[in-house]
Design a protein around this ligand. Structure first.
Ligand SMILES: [Zn+2]
Length: 227
């Protein structure tokens, strides 16, 4: 796979970075959006989020696999991008387990195939949804996040969720299920904990992920295990 750098992802031979392509239709030149637009938009948002360069740093090919749990994590994520029956990936475990690195590597994989990616921290999403509540902006948010080719939700339920968090999360997850987009979730909370907070929400995520849900738990003496 081609290494993702800002330069080679941004540069497009077809439109010479104009974002438009001129095609002939019925003998007339017509300007159309170029196929590079989704990845162009993705990089714009990543840059805006201060995450410029993160896709260069977080790749499958530079993920450390010195430990068994790391090899298993990598294998699972590679397996996820090679299939399309399951559209949701849930990576959980302590800080330092490498889940965010792999979350971005999965996004980079889809991006390099021309798919658009939106990255948000869970807290950002909840704040946006709460401040849009009871206005048209709420439905617009759901629509935008719903139709993203790939939505990466980072730090899912970092703190015990409020009833409102649960409700908004459910709306969002449901929308992702309906639109069949790819959703990547990373969290310090295992799915069991999410199910403990809300059975319907956790159950829905588990059902969507199938085998693509993973928890790296720290054991005694930093022996890790996968669940
Ligand atoms: Zn282009």
């Amino acid at each position: 796979m081609e290494t993702l750098t800002m330069r080679n992802v941004m540069h497009c031979e077809v439109c010479q970075d104009s974002g438009f392509e001129v095609v002939m239709e019925d003998g007339r030149p017509v300007a159309k959006y170029c196929a590079c637009l989704p990845r162009r938009r993705t990089l714009y948002y990543l840059k805006k989020s201060g995450l410029e360069g993160v896709l260069e740093r977080c790749r499958f090919d530079n993920f450390q696999t010195g430990e068994e749990f790391q090899r298993r994590m990598l294998e699972l994520c590679r397996g996820f991008v090679e299939q399309d029956e399951r559209r949701m990936l849930y990576l959980s475990g302590c800080t330092g387990a490498g889940k965010t690195h792999l979350g971005f590597a999965v996004c980079g994989h889809f991006l390099s195939r021309g798919r658009g990616v939106i990255y948000r921290s869970y807290q950002q999403l909840m704040n946006e949804m709460k401040s849009a509540l009871n206005s048209d902006a709420y439905e617009e948010l759901l629509r935008d996040y719903g139709r993203a080719d790939v939505l990466y939700i980072d730090d899912f339920m970092k703190y015990p969720p409020s009833a409102a968090d649960i409700r908004h999360s459910f709306e969002l997850i449901n929308r992702r299920v309906m639109t069949q987009g790819v959703t990547v979730i990373t969290s310090e909370q295992p799915l069991d904990a999410v199910i403990g907070y809300d059975e319907a929400l956790g159950g829905r995520i588990r059902q969507q992920c199938g085998e693509f849900a993973l928890y790296v738990a720290p054991g005694p003496g930093r022996n890790w295990r996968l669940k």
